[in-house]
Design a protein around this ligand. Structure first.
Ligand code: TXA
Ligand code: MG
Length: 310
């Protein structure tokens, strides 16, 4: 069994496995990530393979702090403002990639940009320290599946196909990082709503432009975060035979994302609840209406993608 409690010796072991080109599942404050040494193209290739991820979909490179991020991506003043406010934390910057970056081109899918994040989770930080250089880490699920928020979820996705799973309990945020691209001219676009609400970002740098679509965030084009069951959104009540995922007062005695209507709590519960309802064998999961503000934007985004194409 490769699930081990995250503590000093297992974190050191994780660093050694990564240095040797292995794959390690690492808890972060958002979701569990599947880490590989970002500088090792072969390890990155193994990572794409294990996830079944298309090679044109780039990865997020995790670094210890903003100084280390500077070595890989060029930061306009607006990017620096955001880094200062939201790092460490559930926030990713897509920046023009520096020519001298040691990160394997494959990790960036050959793009001229690089996605960088400074995680806040002590275990993720510990692994970065133990490895001594950045790791690339997509969410630790097979491509297109629901992201994992516990070590057990990671085990259900990969079993023995990966080398090591560090267990630090459930993730506090529960949805992935917000991704903002800031180009050389300071133009800022929201590529993915996530753990930092849009309102907090816009309060600092003004209105965000929408993602350009197309290849800009290739991962965003596909059906993603999808359970096996079909999803019916904005459902004020379940129909005959449907499982129901409630929110606030929309409660029919089944699972509720947050019975007190708290969006932060709802984000933290989202993926585990979807997995649980899926495991119960429902064909259709009806989901209560979710308010559009704050973390509700990220929750609604994931639900929309999970429902797409079914
Ligand atoms: O919270 C998170 O961000 C988690 C934890 C593990 O850190 N990671 C995560 O990674 O969600 P992943 O691979 O599941 O999602 C990364 C997203 C993808 O949609 C990818 O297309 C986008 O980031 N991305 C990465 N590099 C990019 C780039 N250079 N330009 C545009 N989008 C990029
Ligand atoms: Mg993912």
């Amino acid at each position: 069994m490769s699930i081990v409690p995250a503590q000093a010796d297992t974190i050191a072991q994780a660093g050694a496995i990564l240095r040797a080109g292995g794959l390690v599942a690492v808890p972060t404050e958002t979701v569990y990530g599947l880490a590989a040494d970002a500088a090792n193209a072969q390890a990155i290739a193994r990572l794409y393979e294990a996830k079944g991820r298309p090679l044109f979909n780039p990865l997020i490179v995790h670094v210890r702090d903003a100084d280390e991020a500077h070595a890989h991506g060029a930061m306009h003043a607006r990017a620096k403002t955001l880094a200062e406010a939201f790092w460490p934390g559930p926030f990713t910057l897509v920046l023009p990639r520096r020519a001298e970056s040691s990160v394997a081109e494959l990790a960036c899918a050959g793009l001229s940009t690089i996605a960088l994040r400074v995680p806040a989770h002590a275990v993720a930080q510990g692994v970065l320290q133990a490895l001594g250089r950045p790791f690339a880490a997509p969410s630790a699920n097979r491509s297109g599946h629901v992201s994992p928020t516990t070590a057990q979820h990671v085990w259900e996705e990969f079993g023995d196909a990966i080398d090591f799973i560090l267990d630090a309990g459930p993730c506090a945020v529960g949805v992935e990082s917000s991704i903002v691209a800031v180009d050389a001219d300071g133009r800022a676009r929201l590529l993915r709503p996530g753990g930092v609400a849009r309102e907090r970002i816009e309060a600092l740098i003004g209105p965000l432009e929408p993602a350009g679509g197309g290849v800009e965030a290739p991962g965003m084009l596909e059906t993603h975060y999808a359970p096996r069951a079909r999803l019916r959104l904005n459902a004020e009540a379940p129909r005959e035979g449907e499982a129901y995922l409630g929110f606030g007062a929309f409660d029919f005695g089944a699972l509720n994302l947050s019975s007190r209507g708290d969006l932060t709590e709802a984000a933290a519960n989202l993926y585990a609840h979807l997995r649980a309802l899926d495991a119960d064998g429902a064909d259709v999961i009806a989901v209560a209406p979710i308010p559009a503000e704050g973390l509700g934007e990220a929750i609604a985004d994931r639900l929309k993608r999970a429902a797409a194409g079914r």
